[in-house]
Every structure is written in structure tokens, then in C-alpha cells.
Design a protein around this ligand. Structure first.
Ligand code: URA
Length: 210
């Protein structure tokens, strides 16, 4: 597994405002999208391209086009939805699928309650959007699901990750082509599974339920 933790003052600045408990939802939503656009730049470093020839007004030249099948962007509901706009701003031709994940109260395991993905994921590069990589449970389930459906590589973009979650994803995805791009790697999880210092519940902060 490859892990990239952003190291850029603009990203840290925007994350600092996101972390601030006083930041209202509209500002939080805008900043989350801006951050994803910046992280997507790094996350798409290995996006598959095909050489093409174009005619400029002056001469013929060689360039690159994003290959088929197009990259698939998969926000994990609900909070991942708040990252989608920022991602498609950078990769407007990407296809978008959705995964809804919920924790099964009996088994405590994450379960998929909704899925809207193309039938055939073979040969697909997938970009999973999930703002908080906490225990890693839902991200691991999403990654497993995408590989089982034929994806060839999966990159997760998360605003903040905890060391515990990163280690869990690393163990669970050994030998697979997985990349995690983080805005920041925080200290730890607390006893109720929140990232410390983190930013609180990303879904609540995005959608104004606090
Ligand atoms: N999910 C969140 O929204 N925040 C956390 O800190 C952990 C999981």
C-alpha cells in the first residue's frame, strides 16, 4: 500500500479552518471541496492515459488523453458525498458510482446498504472518497467490494487519517494495488472511535446536524 500525506501550507491552512469547531457548515462544505480538489491532484498522479496527437493552430503535437475505461469515483455515503464536487472539478470525465455503508449493529461489521456502480469494474481505476479514515472498517469493506467486482487499483482520498486505520487498511489489502492520499495523519483514535484531534463528525459538520 502506498500512503501519501499532503505537505503543503494551503492544504494545512484549509484543514485548520475545517478542524475549528466554530466553522459553520457552508464554509465547511466549500473548504472540504477545495481540499479534495487539491488532494485529487496528487491522487491522480498515476491515472491511466493514452498518447494522442492534436493539431494546434500552429503545428501537430503529442499529448495525453485519459484512457478508457474512464476512472470511477466512488463517494461513500453519507460524508463522502461532500467530497464529490471537488473531485469531479478536477476529473470531469470520470464516471461516478455510489456506495452506502452502515455498521451492522449485531456483528459491528460495516455492511453495504446501497450500491450504484457500473456492472463491470474490470480494468477500472477507482477513487474512493471518504473524509475520515478512522478504524478503517468501512474503507476496507469498500476496497474489498471494488476488487471483488474487478477493479485493478483503488486510491482512497481522505481528509484526515488515524494511524490505527492506516495500519488496518494496510493489513487488509496486502498485495493489492492500493493508495491512500491524506490531507493529514492525526495522532490516534479516542475510545469512541473519533480521530484525535480530527474535526468531529464529518457528516454532521457537512450537513449541519450539529
Ligand atoms: N468519522 C468521523 O466523521 N469523524 C471521526 O473522527 C471518525 C469517524
Amino acid at each position: 500500500m502506498r500512503v501519501h500525506v499532503a505537505d503543503h501550507p494551503l492544504i494545512t491552512h484549509k484543514l485548520t479552518v475545517l478542524r475549528d469547531a466554530r466553522t459553520p457548515s457552508p464554509t465547511f462544505r466549500n473548504l472540504a471541496e477545495e481540499l479534495v480538489t487539491l488532494l485529487a491532484y496528487e491522487a491522480t498522479r498515476n491515472v491511466r492515459t493514452t498518447p494522442i496527437t492534436v493539431q494546434t493552430p500552429v503545428a501537430e503535437t503529442q499529448g495525453l488523453a485519459i484512457s478508457d475505461p474512464r476512472p470511477l469515483v466512488v463517494p461513500i455515503l453519507r460524508a463522502g458525498l461532500g467530497m464529490l464536487g471537488g473531485m469531479v472539478k478536477l476529473v470531469p470525465t470520470a464516471e461516478v458510482g455510489f456506495l452506502g455503508m452502515v455498521r451492522d449493529e449485531q456483528t459491528l461489521q460495516p455492511a453495504i446498504y446501497a450500491e450504484r456502480l457500473p456492472d463491470d469494474l474490470s480494468d477500472r481505476q477507482c477513487f474512493v472518497l471518504d473524509p475520515m479514515l478512522a478504524t478503517g472498517g468501512s474503507l476496507i469493506a469498500a476496497i474489498d467490494y471494488l476488487f471483488a467486482r474487478g477493479a485493478v487499483d483503488v486510491t482512497a482520498i481522505c481528509l484526515i487519517g488515524a494511524p490505527e486505520g492506516l495500519a488496518a487498511v494496510e493489513r487488509a489489502t496486502e498485495g493489492r494495488n492500493v493508495t491512500i492520499v491524506l490531507g493529514a495523519k492525526d495522532e490516534r483514535l479516542n475510545e469512541v472511535g473519533y480521530i484525535v484531534p480530527g474535526l468531529g463528525d464529518a457528516g454532521d459538520r457537512l450537513y449541519g446536524t450539529v
